[in-house]
Design a binder for this molecule. Sequence first.
Ligand SMILES: NC(=O)c1ccc[n+]([C@@H]2O[C@H](COP(=O)([O-])OP(=O)(O)OC[C@H]3O[C@@H](n4cnc5c(N)ncnc54)[C@H](OP(=O)(O)O)[C@@H]3O)[C@@H](O)[C@H]2O)c1
Length: 359
Amino acid sequence: MSGWPTSTRQWRVAQRPTHLPQLTGPDATFEMATVPLPSTLHPEQVLLKTLFLSNDPAPRGWIYKDLEPERLYATALNQGDLVRARTVSEVLESTSAAFKPGDLVVSMTGWTDFFIVSSKDVQLAKPLPRGLSPSHHLGFFGVSGLTAWQGLVVVAQAKPSDVVVISSAAGAIGSIAVQFAKRYIGCKYVVGIAGSAEKCEWVVSKLGADACLNYNDPNFVADLKQATQGPERAVDVYFDNVGGSTLDLLLTRMARHGRVAVCGLISMYNQPKTEAYGVKSWFDVVSMRIKLEGFVVYDVWNRRSEAADLLIKAVEDGTLVVDEQQETVRVASFEEIPKVWLEIFGRSVSGKLVTKFVG
Ligand SMILES: NC(=O)c1ccc[n+]([C@@H]2O[C@H](COP(=O)([O-])OP(=O)(O)OC[C@H]3O[C@@H](n4cnc5c(N)ncnc54)[C@H](OP(=O)(O)O)[C@@H]3O)[C@@H](O)[C@H]2O)c1
C-alpha cells in the first residue's frame, strides 16, 4: 500500500476521575499521544482507519476511581491505556483473505486514527436496510440493539401482558427497548422516562410508548405514580438504565413478582461510591417478591448475529423504525473526541451518540 501511515494519534487515560471527567487542566482525564505503527502486518491482521466512533457510558466504568478490577466485566483502563471504543473503520491493508482494502468493518479499537487488529476480531459492516448509514452498526444494529433485546427478551422475558417501564427511554438502548417492547413484543402498556419534554414527545409519537415522563419535571413522582396506578398498571418489567432515585421510585411501583432488568446506572457513574445514592425501598423487593437481575451484553455475544438479523428484518418489514433521532452524529476532529464523548452525560443527545471522525 502506498502512503502507509507511520504513526497514529491516540487518546489515552491520564488519570481516573472521581467525578465528571475533565477535558483540560491538571485533572484532565485523557491525554493525547502519538505512537509509531509497525510497517508491516503479521498474517491474519488488518490495518484500519477510523471512520465512526461509538460513544458509550462504558469507558466511564472502566476508569472508575473506586474500581475493583477483578469485579469488572471487562478489562479496566489504566493510566496510559488507549481508550477503547467500538468503531466502524475502513480496511486500508489486510493479510486476511476475509478482508480487502476498502471494506467497512466493525470492531473494538479505540480513540485512535489507525489500528492494527487480528482479523478474527473484525466483522464486515454489511449493508443496512433502507440505505441506513453504516454508523448504525454501532447503535441500533450493534451493541445498543443487542443489549435492548437481551434485557427484554433474555433477562426480563417480557410478554404481551406486561406493563413495562424503561428509563433513559430516548437514549441509545432505551429508545430501541421502547420500540421493541411495544411494537415487536406487543407489551400492553409501555412507559418511557426521559430528561425533557422534547425527548418524551419523540418517545411517544415516534417510538410508540403509551406514555413518557420527564424526570426533570417537578411533577415527575406524582406523574409516575398516576401512570402506574392500580393493579392493571403495576409495573411487571422495569428496564433500568439509570439506577439512583429512579430505581428507588420504581421499586415502589412494581407488581408482585415484577422483574427489574438492571442494565446500567448512568445517574451514578460520575460519583464516588461514598456519594452514591442509597436505595431506600429494599423492603418492596421482599414484600412484592421482586426479582432484580443485572446483565452484561457480553453474556449474549455469541447471539449478536441473531439479534442483528432480527432487528434488520423488523426494520425492513416496518415493525421497527430508525428515524433521524435514533442517532446523533457529531462531526469532529481528533482533538474533539473526548468532548463529544462527554455529551452522553448531558441532555442534548437523542438515540445513539456517534462521532464522525474527520481527522
Ligand atoms: N449491561 C450492559 O451490557 C450494558 C451495555 C451497554 C450499556 N449499558 C448501560 O445502559 C445504560 C444506557 O446506555 P446507552 O448506551 O443507551 O446510553 P444512553 O442511555 O444513550 O446515555 C445517554 C443518556 O443518558 C441520560 N443521562 C445522562 N446522565 C443522566 C443522569 N445523571 N440521570 C439520568 N439519565 C442520565 C441522558 O438522557 P436524558 O436526557 O433522558 O437524561 C443521555 O442522553 C447505561 O447505564 C450504560 O452504562 C449496559
